[in-house]
Design a protein around this ligand. Structure first.
Ligand code: DHB
Ligand code: MG
Length: 221
């Protein structure tokens, strides 16, 4: 198996199942032009998150890690007219690009974009009465994932879906000797999901045009 094959098959699925979308293509172009890291989810993954939102019937979504808003747009498109996605971005430049992208995508009325460290913003969301959320997507700095999961569980209710991006770390997640802070953050994140009696969780490895990675998914019991 090779990256070329994964990309070819991803392209096949995109061509068949993810209709060409000038708005999302423009978003990726704008992100690249602004020098954002290419850490957006792929098109097939974005549609997967969109479908999960519809399957869940989520009305209130929390996203930790906006980047340029590509995944935010996929989520927002699955929301009902009175739905809301709160998305948190630490980098003001990224947040500014995201704000423009969300306007171009005409879903900005469904989005509450907060600029700041998630660990500071999350308590504010609770204080403002914006929880509980129906679906929470954790896709920011990986060493903080254990803190983000603790907050996600505080801001959740029975039935809330908690998704983690980038849980494979090129396979290093299974290396108990790893000293990489990203890997250790993900390992602790997975161990917390394993040991929490409030969660039922699994994880799926993925391949595609973004290489080899994976999602964790959990439901709050
Ligand atoms: C990285 C982070 C992400 O959220 C992602 O989707 C891909 C890569 C990273 O930090 O390497
Ligand atoms: Mg990610």
């Amino acid at each position: 198996m090779s990256q070329e094959q994964w990309s070819n098959v991803d392209k096949y699925f995109v061509d068949k199942l993810v209709p060409s979308d000038p708005i999302l293509e423009k978003v990726l172009e704008a992100n690249a032009a602004a020098g954002l890291p290419p850490h957006d989810v792929s098109a097939t993954q974005g549609k997967f998150l969109y479908l999960l939102t519809l399957i869940k019937g989520a009305r209130r979504i929390l996203e930790i890690g906006t980047l340029g808003g590509y995944s935010t747009i996929w989520f927002a498109r699955a929301l009902p007219a009175d739905g809301k996605i709160v998305t948190i971005e630490v980098n003001p430049k990224h947040a500014e690009i995201a704000r423009t992208n969300l306007c171009h995508a005409k879903i900005d009325h469904l989005v509450d974009l907060r600029t700041g460290r998630a660990i500071d913003v999350l308590p504010q969301l609770e204080a403002e009465g914006l929880s509980p959320f129906d679906l929470i997507f954790i896709d920011a700095d990986k060493p903080s994932n254990p803190d983000y999961l603790r907050w996600a569980m505080k801001l959740a209710q029975t039935g809330t879906v908690i998704i983690g991006d980038n849980v494979v770390r090129n396979g290093a997640v299974a290396d108990p000797e790893s000293t990489d802070a990203n890997v250790k953050g993900i390992q602790q994140f997975i161990e917390m999901q394993a040991s929490s009696p409030r969660l039922s969780a699994t994880a799926l490895q993925t391949v595609g045009n973004k290489g080899y990675d994976g999602f964790s998914i959990a439901i709050v019991k």
